[in-house]
Design a protein around this ligand. Structure first.
Ligand SMILES: O=P(O)(O)OC[C@@]1(O)O[C@H](CO)[C@@H](O)[C@@H]1O
Length: 328
């Protein structure tokens, strides 16, 4: 079982344009999608689509559109009633694959609601293989929310605590990185902000530099860093090595949730006992499959093709082109 916490879930609205977005103009959409969203919600949707047991924990009343949609999609979830509507985030996709996203701040959570959410997570995480702490924090929630959960989890369950993955941004990500999580999943922008190594564009185009940046996090106690680099693929850095995964060029349909799907691919592979290289390969395959689908649609394992992913060891010679080859 994998448990995810999404403190700031959303109803994701994706609007498809058949022409480039023009600021200040009225444009007609050719398509629209609504999905229950927020990073941990997407990860659970992707895991469940592949028959991997997951529980999505989130704030939200049972009649909120996000929870209604989760129920109708049969995604196992637990909502903590907050008496307020969840946010709605908008993505606009263009024919060349460009996605523009506007996210609301979300409803504030009171200290009581925060404490209840933490208790729910600690309770449900018992016996889980992974706890994923995902997304931004809503107003009123302190930046050390995630790092406090990691400490509380380890204090409560000791060596039996689930492994913890963090997929966030800004100050909450920086605080969580100091709590020695088992996995961090930044994109280039988040890694750039977290490490101050270079700007996002430079990191995306220079995997070696991405590795150097991620290594500073591993040196600080993070067990593994899975950095997603958009169309440039993904990089995995652990104390044992660093690898780059690349997928064949494609025009994305919508990149919303592609990073979440990549993380789901990585997690389901670790659950199946795969090697780090194969976990990375599956992460890249999941990310690419998600980008080929509209809105924040998540792929099932059967919709991904890890055989087309090229994995290269960045600190050793090239090790494998196809999953069947030995990639140790
Ligand atoms: O505002 P946050 O919490 O950082 O991100 C929220 C969000 O953009 O992340 C998901 C895609 O990763 C979407 O489902 C959702 O709208």
């Amino acid at each position: 079982m994998i448990v995810t916490l999404t403190p700031n879930p959303s109803l994701d609205r994706t609007i498809e344009l058949a022409e480039p977005l023009t600021r200040g103009e009225v444009q007609r959409a050719v398509g629209a999608h609504h999905e229950p969203g927020g990073k941990g919600v997407n990860i659970c949707r992707a895991l469940e689509a592949s028959d991997v047991k997951c529980l999505a924990i989130l704030p939200g009343d049972s009649d909120d559109p996000v929870l209604v949609a989760l129920r109708s999609q049969k995604v196992p979830h637990l909502g903590l009633p907050i008496g307020q509507a969840l946010r709605s985030n908008v993505a606009i996709t263009e024919p060349d694959g460009t996605t523009t996203k506007v996210n609301e701040p979300g409803p504030a959570l009171s200290p009581r609601q925060q404490a209840d959410l933490i208790e729910l997570v600690l309770e449900k995480a018992q016996g889980a293989s992974w706890l994923v702490l995902a997304g931004s924090l809503p107003p009123g929630v302190p930046v050390d929310f995630y790092s406090d959960i990691i400490s509380a989890l380890r204090a409560r369950y000791g060596s039996a605590a689930p492994r913890v993955a963090v997929d966030s941004s800004g100050a909450p990500l920086a605080a969580a990185a100091l709590a020695a999580p088992d996995l961090l999943k930044p994109n280039a922008e988040e890694l750039a902000e977290l490490t101050g190594f270079a700007d996002a564009e430079t990191l995306e185009s220079d995997p070696e530099l991405t590795v150097e940046a991620a290594r500073t996090l591993v040196a600080g106690g993070v067990v593994a860093v899975l950095a997603t680099l958009g169309s440039r693929g993904a990089v995995l850095v652990t104390a044992e090595g660093a690898w780059l995964a690349q997928t064949p060029p494609m025009i994305a349909v919508s990149t919303v949730g592609a990073g979440d799907s990549a993380l789901a691919g990585y997690l389901l592979s670790t659950n199946a006992g795969a090697s780090p290289v194969d976990c990375l390969r599956q992460a890249a395959a999941h990310g690419a499959a998600a980008a080929s689908l509209p809105g924040s649609t998540v792929p099932a394992l059967s919709q991904t093709d890890p055989s087309v992913v090229t994995v290269t060891a960045l600190d050793k010679p090239k090790i494998s082109t196809h999953p069947k080859e030995d990639d140790q």
